[in-house]
Design a protein around this ligand. Structure first.
Ligand SMILES: [Zn+2]
Length: 324
């Protein structure tokens, strides 16, 4: 028996399951799909967010699949994440103008994933300063980023087109920073490499609002992908020390059960590492270890069927590498 072949079949099976579960939404030219609603909600005085759809990016949803936040101060507006297309970013700018005449002075990026950054050029044109962690530069200058954008020009046309560009930050952070704008205090913490090498979170101590990017997945199984789960758990532990009333995750609804949601993500990652770490150390074949593991605490969560096998497999490979 060839274990690699078995694993390849499992991977292909998982990919097919993903493809079947996320149908591409067709857009008929004679009947343009309705624009996805983009309406800001205020979470605390001056702190707002818009919630992306729980879906994969498609022409019909304009790639509106991630959240963005904005904080209105008397000296300008700070935006957290730039949404998934320039058109969406324009709509967010219009939404911001419904609530304040202040200009957007800063955009802070939680990480450089496509669905959080393709709107950047609209904010840049509006005069905002882009702030991100310097670990994103490697990705930004990589073929992966270039090819991803190229593919998006087809897959997400017309929302991503030849005019859509990858925008570097104006200020690259090397670690944590804090600043005040118009009397509002912003704590920016570098928590990568966890979901990505460049993860940042933005915390408002007075409002007790935490913009957590993709570090916190709410009430669902996270997609672990190539993430460094050891660092991710550490990052969650440090976020758990913040006094937080509301968490705005990178995807999905806001959480007022901040502690519970962070603990769920952390405990899931810890469980994956424990089970898959034991299997990797004992040179147990992956499939057998996966079948033998106890998933009962997590198997009722949304996306368990779609994500858990892939997460477990990626973690198995990670634990093999860490073991060396
Ligand atoms: Zn994301």
């Amino acid at each position: 028996m060839n274990p690699a072949g078995g694993l390849a079949r499992i991977l292909i099976g998982t990919l097919l399951a993903l493809a079947a579960a996320w149908p591409v939404q067709a857009q008929s030219p004679s009947q343009p799909a309705q624009e996805p609603a983009l309406q800001a909600r205020e979470l605390a005085p001056g702190a707002w967010y818009v919630e992306g759809l729980s879906a994969l990016g498609s022409p019909a949803n304009q790639n509106f699949i991630s959240n963005a936040g904005f904080v209105v101060t008397p000296a300008g507006v700070v935006v957290i994440d730039a949404l998934g297309s320039p058109a969406l970013a324009q709509r967010l700018l219009a939404e911001i103008r419904r609530h304040t005449a202040q200009p957007v002075t800063h955009v802070i990026l939680t990480h450089y994933h496509a669905d959080h950054i393709y709107g950047l050029q609209a904010f840049k044109a509006a005069g905002a300063k882009i702030v991100a962690h310097q670990a994103a530069r490697e990705y930004l200058n990589s073929d992966t980023a270039r090819l991803r954008l190229q593919a998006s020009r087809t897959e997400l046309a017309p929302w991503i087109d030849e005019q859509t560009r990858l925008i570097p930050a104006d200020e690259w952070l090397t670690g944590d920073t804090e600043f005040s704008l118009g009397g509002v205090r912003f704590v920016v913490k570098a928590v990568g490499p966890s979901h990505t090498p460049e993860d940042l979170i933005v915390y408002l101590p007075r409002e007790k609002v935490l913009f957590a990017g993709d570090l916190v997945f709410r009430n669902r199984i996270p997609f672990v992908g190539q993430a460094d789960s050891r660092q991710w758990i550490k990052a969650l532990d440090s976020l758990l020390t913040f006094d937080t009333k509301v968490i705005v995750p990178g995807h999905g609804g806001v959480s007022t059960n901040a502690r519970e949601d962070m603990e769920l993500t952390r405990d899931y990652l810890t469980h994956l590492r424990k089970v898959m770490g034991e299997a990797a150390r004992n040179l147990e074949p992956w499939e057998a270890a996966y079948q033998a593991a106890d998933w009962s605490r997590f198997e009722r969560l949304p996306l368990f069927r779609l994500a858990n096998r892939m997460n477990a497999y990626n973690t198995y490979l990670l634990m093999e590498r860490e073991g060396n």
